[in-house]
Design a protein around this ligand. Structure first.
Ligand SMILES: [Zn+2]
Ligand SMILES: [Zn+2]
Length: 215
C-alpha cells in the first residue's frame, strides 16, 4: 500500500511539501515522502493535500478526510474539533455569483444586477495588478496596452455608485461572519485548522497521512 512506515523525520524544513518532491532524498531532509508523510512535530491541515486518509500510529484509527478542495463557487476545508477530536469539514461559499461565460463580452452596464459584483471585483483587481506592474517596471518596458487597459477599467468602475460598493462590502462581511459562526462542533467545541492534529480515538499526535489526490 501507499501508506508506508517511513522513519519519523526530525523536523520540517519547509512549511508545505513541494510538488513532485523526490521521495528518498526528501525523506532524509524531512520533506515530502512520495504520497505519504509523517512528521515529528505532528501533522497539520496546512501540510496535507486535498483529500486523503489519516491513520494513527498508536491505535487502529483511520479516516478519509478532506484537507482543502475548491470549486468554482465555494471551497471546502478540513477542521478538527479540539474538544472531542472529530474531523469534519466546512464549506465556504463565495459571496458573489461567479461570472457567466455568456456575459464575458458585455460591459458592466449591460450586466444583470447579480452579475455586477464579480465584474466589479475583476475591475478592481485588474487596476491593482496593472498599477503594481507599472510601478515595478521601468517605463520603457511597459507593455503598450497597460496604460489604456487601466484607464478603461477605471472608466468602467467610475460608473459604480458608492452604495453598490458598500452593499458588496456588507455582503462580504455577512458571508464571512456566517462562516465564522459555523466553526463549531456538535459537541460545542471550537473547530480548528491551524493546530497540530491528534487522533480522535487515543489522542496521540502520531498520525500519518496518505495523500490520494489534489483537487
Ligand atoms: Zn466536538
Ligand atoms: Zn490513535
Amino acid at each position: 500500500m501507499w501508506l508506508l512506515n517511513y522513519p519519523k523525520v526530525q523536523k520540517w524544513t519547509c512549511t508545505k511539501p513541494p510538488r513532485g518532491a523526490d521521495s528518498q532524498k526528501d525523506v532524509k531532509k524531512g520533506i515530502f515522502v512520495g504520497t505519504c508523510y509523517t512528521v515529528a512535530e505532528g501533522l497539520r491541515f496546512e501540510y496535507l493535500g486535498g483529500y486523503g486518509t489519516i491513520s494513527c500510529g498508536d491505535c487502529d484509527f483511520s479516516q478519509d478526510i478532506t484537507s482543502f478542495t475548491h470549486g468554482p463557487s465555494s471551497s471546502t476545508a478540513g477542521y478538527q474539533c479540539h474538544t472531542c477530536g472529530k474531523f469534519t469539514t466546512r464549506t465556504r461559499k463565495k459571496p458573489f455569483r461567479r461570472p457567466d461565460p455568456a456575459d464575458r463580452d458585455k460591459s458592466l452596464s449591460e450586466l444583470a444586477p447579480d452579475a455586477r459584483p464579480s465584474r466589479i471585483e475583476d475591475l478592481q483587481s485588474s487596476i491593482r495588478l496593472g498599477e503594481r506592474e507599472m510601478q515595478e517596471t521601468p517605463k520603457r518596458d511597459w507593455h503598450p496596452t497597460w496604460v489604456s487597459k487601466v484607464a478603461e477599467c477605471r472608466r468602467e468602475l467610475s460608473t459604480v455608485t458608492e452604495d453598490e460598493l458598500q452593499n458588496m462590502e456588507k455582503k462580504r462581511e455577512e458571508v464571512a461572519q456566517a462562516y465564522e459562526a459555523s466553526l463549531f462542533c456538535a459537541c460545542g467545541g471550537g473547530l480548528e485548522r491551524d493546530k497540530t492534529l491528534f487522533c480522535p480515538s487515543c489522542r496521540s499526535n502520531n498520525l500519518r497521512y496518505g495523500h490520494e489526490h489534489s483537487t
